[in-house]
Write a protein of this length. Structure first.
Length: 240
């Protein structure tokens, strides 16, 4: 049985005549936290959207769990947290969780357990009865993250998941991601925060729609004179 959860092959995405992604190839394993790092506009979100089938490839292809995307049969095995929150603000947080649990076809006897787990993960238990319209930006991000883990997905794709979240909760979320990894989950995270990038098992550095380097944080850092990951990104990208 293959250990590859996500496979990207010769992927190019164009908008008009402009390459948003250019000839990308990548393999991400089960039981791995893989980070995509790069500045805003580098192509991280477009890559994520193409992997799950929300963006159309111009050439090349993406596969998730050995299925070419887009593929409806795989959707319930993917937990996705977008960069922009997609929540029903006129509903409470609990009603949002209940709605998405039903959308994921979670069985009735499992729904309460999964909802409680998700709420506890992001420390929203005291605020579940509040309408989302009364949530802060950070609370909305936490609810979006809770929704992404509801269905106990095999593949978890998180686009800048901890933006606006306080350091203590960020730490506990990363501890839970590490636990999910040990259970064989594939976790793909986009970030521009270097201390989060260092928590990943492997990284792909992206600049101008191209992968400029792939490796463990230690491997990439060791190739710089300073030994710092942020300098590795600058040096691989040709920025001095």
């Amino acid at each position: 049985m293959t250990e590859i959860a996500i496979k990207v092959t010769d992927l190019t995405v164009k908008i008009g005549k402009k390459d948003i992604l250019s000839n990308m190839s990548l393999e991400i394993k089960k039981g791995e936290i893989f980070g995509l790092i790069g500045p805003s506009g580098a192509g991280k979100t477009t890559l994520v959207k193409t992997i799950i089938g929300m963006e159309k490839a111009t050439t090349g292809q993406t596969e998730v769990l050995e299925n070419r995307m887009p593929n409806l049969s795989v959707i319930n095995k993917i937990g996705y947290m977008a960069q922009s929150d997609a929540l029903y603000t006129d509903l409470t947080a609990k009603e949002n969780l209940d709605f998405f649990a039903s959308l994921y076809s979670i069985k009735r006897n499992e729904k309460k357990v999964r909802m409680n787990y998700a709420a506890k993960l992001v420390n929203l238990e005291p605020d579940l009865s509040k309408k989302v319209s009364n949530y802060s930006g950070g609370m909305k991000r936490r609810l979006s993250l809770a929704i992404s883990v509801l269905a106990d997905p095999d593949v978890l794709i998180l686009d800048e998941p901890t933006v606006g979240i306080d350091p203590e909760l960020r730490k506990s979320i990363w501890e839970e991601l590490a636990e999910l990894k040990t259970n064989g989950k594939c976790i793909l995270v986009t970030t521009h925060v270097m201390d989060e990038a260092e928590k990943c098992d492997r990284l792909a550095m992206i600049r101008n729609g191209k992968i400029i380097a792939v490796g463990t944080p230690q491997e990439l850092s060791s190739k710089t004179t300073s030994g710092k990951l942020e300098d590795a990104f600058l040096e691989f990208g040709g920025v001095k």
